[in-house]
Design a protein around this ligand. Structure first.
Ligand code: HEM
Length: 130
């Protein structure tokens, strides 16, 4: 029985030599990257991304909307900010706008405060094409 299991897993490993994860992430199909992103990040509910090294497409960013325990991220000028813990962004909502989006136009052209408000907001990464 043990032998059979070992043989089976060796076969399985040998049967798929080309790992799909070796494909460059930035050029992968949107559906694929969204699926990959959906598999892990929102599980971290404290919302504090550590390094600022995150790279998300617009469709991946959408799940970071501050709902259901997900962190709340917003993109401005290609930079992704973490607004999860800001009192004015409770549940990922702020003056009628939701996290999980590129809000460059809104903060620059509609908000009363402009981008200066982002000065002390933690940066978690950047927005990439996809
Ligand atoms: C029409 C849209 C918006 C309105 C009316 C608005 C209004 C306000 C007001 C009244 C405050 C609190 C007073 C202040 O700190 O100056 C505030 C805070 C803030 N806003 Fe906006 N805002 C808008 C859009 C945005 C957008 C799009 C972003 C980000 C992309 C943003 C980011 C912030 C941040 C980070 C704070 C500080 C929050 C805190 O420390 O709790 N705002 N906003």
């Amino acid at each position: 029985m043990l032998m059979l299991a070992a043989f089976a897993s060796a076969c399985a490993a040998g049967a798929a030599p080309a790992s799909p994860s070796s494909a460059p992430a930035a050029t992968a199909a949107p559906a694929e990257t969204a699926e990959a992103a959906a598999a892990n990040p929102p599980a971290q509910t404290d919302g504090s991304a550590q390094s600022g090294a995150l790279e998300l497409t617009l469709s991946e960013l959408a799940q970071f909307n501050g709902k259901d325990g997900n962190p709340a991220y917003v993109a401005v000028d290609g930079v992704i900010y973490d607004v999860t813990n800001l009192p004015k962004w409770k549940n990922g909502e702020h003056n009628g706008y939701s996290a999980g989006q590129d809000l460059t136009d809104i903060i620059k052209n509609k908000s009363p405060h402009g981008v200066a408000k982002l000065k002390d907001v933690p940066v978690v990464g950047k927005l990439i094409e996809g």
